[in-house]
Design a protein around this ligand. Structure first.
Ligand SMILES: CC(=O)SCCNC(=O)CCNC(=O)[C@H](O)C(C)(C)COP(=O)(O)OP(=O)(O)OC[C@H]1O[C@@H](n2cnc3c(N)ncnc32)[C@H](O)[C@@H]1OP(=O)(O)O
Ligand SMILES: O=C([O-])CC(=O)C(=O)O
Length: 370
């Protein structure tokens, strides 16, 4: 048997959703640079699910549906209030998304129509869950979703209780666009594995959230901010990074399984971080980030991935770092569900092999003789 550790380079399916070829990322054939500069998150969600950009009427209809489904069942808010106040929001999100299935009469209906509806419902409800728990953790009441704000704006509104500035909304919306899909990344693959058994969409998204949480994947964005806070000042960059490299620790937000010459999303987030830094008048985190970028390239030849500059973008938007990975999930759920729909449409059980290297010819000995 030939072993592809970490399934590196293994192609397991055809997909029409997103592609990474020669370092260029596209969603449904549209270059990510074009979408990042011009499209809204709602347009991108529609594009991922349906394969084409919506007409004005289709976009309005999707926005309306997202607003209509943004409320979560009272039981979910009750559940959030009952949880310990100090657990990771990704654990909370994983648990609540799983339990939302119990309140959805379509949960076990695996028709295409029902699954498309559930993709919209999940996308609509996840921001409400994230912001409700964030407020409950601070001893505050959750803020109900407000109609007419738009997806990005409504998240910031539910988090703070105040309508955000257009500049914040634009930056946040662009970050959501940049995170929406990424070919067969670990969490999307995990969602496809669950879907491959013909389980339901809530199970597949719950699987994906659990997979995104890890620091080698979506959890890296929170760890980037933790590293910046640990370093704290410019003069400590060189010694702290060097010590991490000497200890063979990973520098969070750098490196990528597929991109070896840079992640095309990182330049957008770097520029957004730079702009937000200058608008807030606090350039410290941005300046530190660019220094770290230079140093890590010099020492290891590694470039920033999507997680590196998203950390400072969210920080400049006033978002606490424990919410960075949940925000990733709130965007990526559109990509996950697009892949889940595609998996159902062309399904085959995903079941690779392992080469056995354990003991052989063992003979059972009864417990009193061991
Ligand atoms: C949204 C996302 O999921 S983007 C990725 C987010 N994750 C991170 O930012 C965590 C930090 N980065 C990493 O751990 C890795 O680069 C991964 C997991 C993203 C990719 O991993 P792989 O493709 O398996 O690369 P692998 O870990 O084999 O790295 C190859 C070499 O580069 C080194 N390397 C890779 N990334 C880093 C890093 N961030 N810091 C230090 N060294 C690194 C490895 O130690 C290894 O060195 P070696 O050959 O001397 O042992
Ligand atoms: O594709 C990957 O391996 C990780 C990644 O960048 C993403 O999920 O956005």
């Amino acid at each position: 048997m030939t072993i592809a550790r970490g399934l590196e380079g293994v192609v397991v399916c055809n997909s029409e959703i997103s592609s990474i070829v020669d370092g260029v990322l596209t969603y449904r054939g549209y270059n990510i640079d074009d979408l990042a500069d011009n499209a809204t998150f709602e347009e991108v969600a529609f594009l991922l699910w349906n394969g084409y950009l919506p007409t004005k009427a289709e976009l309005d209809q999707l926005k309306e549906k997202l607003e209509q489904h943004a409320e979560v069942p009272k039981a979910a808010i009750h559940q959030l209030k009952m949880f310990p106040k100090d657990v990771h929001p990704m654990s909370v999100l994983r648990t609540v998304v799983s339990s939302l299935a119990l309140f959805d009469e379509e949960a076990e209906d695996n028709s295409v129509e029902a699954n498309k509806n559930k993709a919209i419902k999940l996308t609509a409800k996840i921001p409400t869950v994230i912001t409700a728990y964030a407020r409950i953790q601070q001893g505050l009441e959750p803020v109900a979703p407000k109609k007419g704000l738009g997806f990005a704006s409504n998240f910031l509104y539910m988090l703070t209780g105040k309508e955000p500035t257009p500049v914040s909304v634009k930056a946040f919306d662009k970050a959501l666009v940049l995170h929406a899909d990424h070919e067969l990344n670990a969490s999307t693959f995990a969602a496809r594995v669950t879907t491959g058994t013909l389980s339901d969409i809530y199970s597949a998204v719950t699987t994906a959230i659990g997979t995104l949480k890890g620091p080698l994947h979506g959890g890296a964005n929170e760890q980037v901010m933790a590293t910046l806070e640990e370093i704290a000042t410019m003069d400590r960059i060189q010694p702290v990074i060097q010590a991490k490299l000497d200890n063979k620790e990973k520098i969070m937000g750098f490196g990528h399984r597929v991109y070896k010459n840079g992640d095309p999303r990182a330049k957008h987030l770097r520029e957004m971080s730079r702009q937000l830094a200058s608008q807030t008048g606090d350039t410290k985190w941005f300046d530190m980030s660019t220094e770290i970028e230079k140093l890590v390239y010099e020492k290891k030849g590694l470039q920033p991935n999507v997680d590196f500059y998203s950390a400072t973008v969210y920080t400049y938007l006033g978002i606490p770092r424990k919410l960075f990975t949940p925000i990733f999930a709130m965007s990526r759920v559109t990509g996950w569900t697009a892949h889940i729909l595609e998996q159902y449409a062309h399904n085959r059980l995903i079941r690779p092999r392992a080469e056995y290297v354990g003991k052989t010819n063992q003979v059972y000995v009864s417990v009193d003789q061991r």
